[in-house]
Design a protein around this ligand. Structure first.
Ligand code: COA
Ligand code: MG
Length: 273
């Protein structure tokens, strides 16, 4: 058992599951989650969400010592997963977008949220048109920072970085998007993100008042940025580490019987392009 924090990043584009992989993986989620996953139209959405469930189970198993197949997750009224079987002295959160599913965990509790975002140009819109449709998400200060970047590519990267930060905070506090998004305002002090270094000097303000939260940001690759929001500053600085399917399934124990028909229906789905 360990109470160290973790940062795992699963690269979905590197995972082409075999039938046997899928049989095992889908037998390691709770029945209601298996049912939810089954409703995904696209293969990549199914895989992204499935890996998130498996990462949570691995994290709780390794951190609390609870038996793999005895761990029970519920969801609160906003859909945020929580551990039913034990008082929560750990915090963790999952996010999936583009080519990655990530999990951030903290062994000492406190609110924690993570978000991964794929930086991509909007389809069928100019950058100005796109930003106009998103105007209400960010405050004047945030827009100024985004617009102050030179090229359109840099503006887009700064836009998604703010998005990622805001989501990580909202996911940590669990309010979803039910609050006025402009009330939560980020002040970015280091303009450049990279793959091998954490940026942790971003500040957050709520209605003008500085909050005592820590944000750790980095790139997973040139197209994906990730942010972890934590209420408690543990002093731990952890870079995201890539984890593969073999590692995800290490020590996994089936909860459900293998389901051939269910797996066949997964392989009959198509990929969202
Ligand atoms: N709070 C925290 N975590 C939650 C959650 C909640 N209310 N609901 C679900 N999660 C967890 C789950 O593990 C979920 O995985 P699952 O979908 O496979 O069950 C995972 O977080 C989803 O996170 P992510 O992949 O980052 O999803 P998202 O960015 O699309 O949505 C929401 C995150 C649902 C929590 C919510 O904030 C939302 O609806 N966002 C919409 C996006 C938006 O308009 N943002 C405004 C710009 S800042
Ligand atoms: Mg997200």
């Amino acid at each position: 058992m360990s109470n160290k924090g973790v940062r795992w990043a699963f690269n979905l584009s590197k995972w082409e599951p075999s039938h046997a992989d899928m049989l095992l993986a889908t037998s390691c989620v709770q029945v209601e989650e298996k049912e939810r996953l089954g409703k995904f139209v696209f293969k990549n959405d199914f895989k992204a969400s499935l890996i998130g469930r498996l990462l949570m189970r691995k994290y709780v198993n390794e951190t609390t010592g609870l038996k793999y197949d005895e761990i029970r997750f519920g969801r609160d009224e906003k859909g945020k997963p929580f551990l039913i079987n034990s008082p929560s002295h750990i915090s963790y959160n999952v996010s999936h977008q583009g080519g990655y599913t990530v999990l951030a965990g903290c062994g000492t509790g406190g609110l924690l949220g993570v978000d991964v975002v794929k930086v991509q140009f909007p389809r069928g819109k100019t950058l100005n048109e796109y930003f106009r449709t998103m105007s209400r998400i960010f405050s004047g200060v945030e827009w100024e920072k985004i617009r102050s970047q030179g090229s359109e590519t840099s503006q887009l990267a700064m836009f998604f970085r703010h998005w990622c930060l805001k989501e990580s905070y909202l996911k940590a506090v669990g309010v979803g998007v039910t609050i006025n998004l402009q009330d939560v305002c980020f002040k970015i002090n280091s303009d450049v993100l990279s793959k091998d270094r954490l940026v942790d000097d971003t500040e957050v303000y709520f209605r003008g008042e500085k909050l005592d939260w820590e944000f750790q940001e980095m790139l997973l690759d040139e197209e994906h940025c990730v942010a972890v929001a934590s209420e408690s500053n543990t002093g731990e600085k952890i870079l995201f580490k890539e984890i593969d399917f073999h590692e995800v399934m290490k020590n996994a124990v089936s909860l459900l019987d293998p389901d051939e028909n269910y797996c066949t229906s997964f392989f009959n789905k198509c990929d969202k392009i």
